[in-house]
Design a protein around this ligand. Structure first.
Ligand SMILES: NC(=O)c1ccc[n+]([C@@H]2O[C@H](COP(=O)([O-])OP(=O)(O)OC[C@H]3O[C@@H](n4cnc5c(N)ncnc54)[C@H](O)[C@@H]3O)[C@@H](O)[C@H]2O)c1
Length: 416
């Protein structure tokens, strides 16, 4: 990146945060606002509507977006604005917003992000495809049509790679391959690391990659795609400032992600429900590191004309069963092994490179007792808000599978 270019993008401190009312988007909006960015949230509040549909609420009492924004202004004097707009459907308005706001960067969190939700029924599959694909494509079209030099930072997922192993660490986006031409010559190339999506949600994230590759090539849009691990934790430095700024905590079978679900279950004396054998290895990142990584990405844009920059946004990998045991030990809880509602390998190895963020200055937060206890305490504080009937994962990938309802309870010692 040339000095002039870096300065120009860096000086434009206007940022659009698409999906800024969500679990990752809200703490990111606060973090960037604190760092002096002028943040405009674009969110159609569809996630809150999905809570209504599923008849479940965040374990933490999240306030309306208006109250959140007013509280932030009251606490810090900084103004965050909200524009209610459906990215997947309202293209003209999106283009108008980009033309009027002229942001230096746009952070794109605004997709339906639950794999189980995307597999609930044909309607949910179609919704997820229509929402996610159109949101991303509309955004790329609007940036191209605006003619502005805007850096797009997108949240993808490590899950696109399908958790198989080819005997190599998963690289940051690109794989070195050698092909033999028809003339017998061996030619080295770099290709996008092949995806192997395990749900309709992951399929949309895999498709996003191709959209980025195309618009980057055709319209020279600067794009950073962050392949994020499973986010755990709930609060960040900024959301901890006041209860009205509290972050979302999903615990239900569709939106609750694995480590947070375990911590919440243990806090409520509910069995820690492990799907299948728990031999699945997954990549993780704490929410505080999510917001730091986003800032690092915004401040290190790729050069104009450079290919899509892909980072693995994760800090560590763990086997699900090891996490369950760790939480059981910490809380004196019980583990219940339930049929896996997902169609996935019962066990896998996972090795992932994350050198790029480390090289940009990330000092990763890794799993530690203090942070695990902090999440458990949050869960205990709001335990009376939990609806235990919403904990089991009931979405199944194929018709002949059983849902993940705990039937038999086994203690950790029985399992070891
Ligand atoms: N939470 C995780 O563990 C995790 C892990 C890996 C990747 N990610 C990715 O990070 C991103 C954010 O995840 P999250 O957990 O914050 O999700 P979330 O559901 O809490 O937030 C997404 C936000 O986007 C909004 N939105 C969705 N579709 C929209 C549309 N068409 N127009 C306008 N707004 C729309 C929703 O209302 C919601 O507020 C997602 O793209 C997800 O795939 C999340």
């Amino acid at each position: 990146m040339t000095y002039e270019l870096n300065q120009k993008l860096y000086l434009n401190k206007k940022i659009l945060v698409l999906g800024g009312d969500g679990f990752c988007g809200w703490p990111t909006s606060l973090h960037l606002s604190k760092q002096g960015y002028e943040v405009v949230i674009i969110d159609n509040l569809s996630r809150r509507n999905i809570d209504n549909e599923l008849e479940v609420e965040s374990l933490t009492p999240i306030r309306t977006l208006g109250e959140r924004i007013n509280s932030w202004k009251e606490m810090t004097g900084s103004q965050i604005r909200h524009i209610n707009l459906n990215l997947a459907e309202d293209y003209d308005r999106l283009l108008q917003v980009i033309n009027e706001e002229k942001p230096g960067a746009i952070i794109h969190f605004a997709e339906q992000r639950s794999a189980p939700y995307s597999m609930k029924s044909t309607r949910h599959k179609r919704y997820t495809v229509n929402n996610n694909m159109n949101a991303t494509h509309n955004l790329l079209c609007a940036i191209a049509e605006s003619g502005q030099d805007i850096h797009l930072v997108h949240l993808g997922t490590m899950g696109v790679y399908g958790y198989g192993t080819a005997g190599v660490k998963i690289p940051e986006g690109y794989l070195d391959v050698e092909v033999t031409t028809d003339q017998g010559e061996r030619v080295a190339q770099q290709i996008l690391y092949p995806t192997n999506p395990g749900s309709v949600y992951h399929m949309t994230k895999s498709q996003d990659q191709l959209l980025f590759q195309y618009y980057n090539k055709n319209d020279q849009i600067r794009i950073t795609d962050l392949h994020q691990g499973i986010v755990w934790g709930t609060n960040t430095e900024e959301t901890n400032l006041d209860e009205r700024l509290i972050n979302r905590f999903d615990y239900d079978g569709d939106y609750g992600t694995v480590l947070n679900r375990f911590l919440m279950q243990a806090a409520l004396d509910y069995p820690i429900t492990v799907h299948g054998t728990g031999g699945q290895t997954r990549a993780f990142i704490h929410i505080q590191d999510t917001v730091r990584c986003i800032q690092l990405s915004v401040e290190n844009p790729p050069e104009k004309g450079e290919r899509v920059m892909i980072f693995n946004q994760m800090t560590e990998t763990h086997r699900v069963e090891d996490l369950a045991k760790m939480v059981a030990e910490l809380t004196d809880g019980e583990i219940a092994y339930v049929p896996n509602p997902r169609n996935e390998a019962p066990e896998n190895e996972l090795h992932v490179k994350n050198d790029l963020f480390i090289s940009k200055g990330l000092n990763p937060i890794t799993l530690n007792r203090g942070l695990l206890e902090e999440v458990t305490e949050v869960a205990r504080r709001y335990a009376d808000r939990a609806d235990l009937s919403k904990i089991p994962a009931r979405s199944v990938w194929t018709k002949n599978q059983q849902a993940g309802v705990p039937e038999k309870r086994e203690t950790v010692t029985d399992q070891t």
